[in-house]
Design a protein around this ligand. Sequence first.
Ligand code: ZN
Length: 114
Amino acid sequence: MVDILDSIVVKSARKDHKCDYCWQKIAKGDSYELQRLNDDGRLYSWKNHVHCKKIAQHFKMYDDCYEGLTREDFIETIWEIYRNHNPEVKWNQCKDIQLAVDFCIKLMNGLDSA
Ligand SMILES: [Zn+2]
């Protein structure tokens, strides 16, 4: 089981990182969340965009994840949300993950009229 040892929000990244949820860049200067985790004695850190955490919370992704939400779960879920609203999009067109992330942010903010 995974324990969160600590969790902080870094206001301004000192260098580029990669988000462990969406696998997109966390650019230098952006804020991100940094967690230190203990997975049965294996220590590692997890970084994610603040908006990716909000997406996961908003779409209740943590509810069914006893072992913690993985990147695969996250990406699968945001594509599912995207495809539910854009049924004309084929799976093989689902390549640009940023598209799905942006779409989820729009939905969350209630700006999408679809
Ligand atoms: Zn992200």
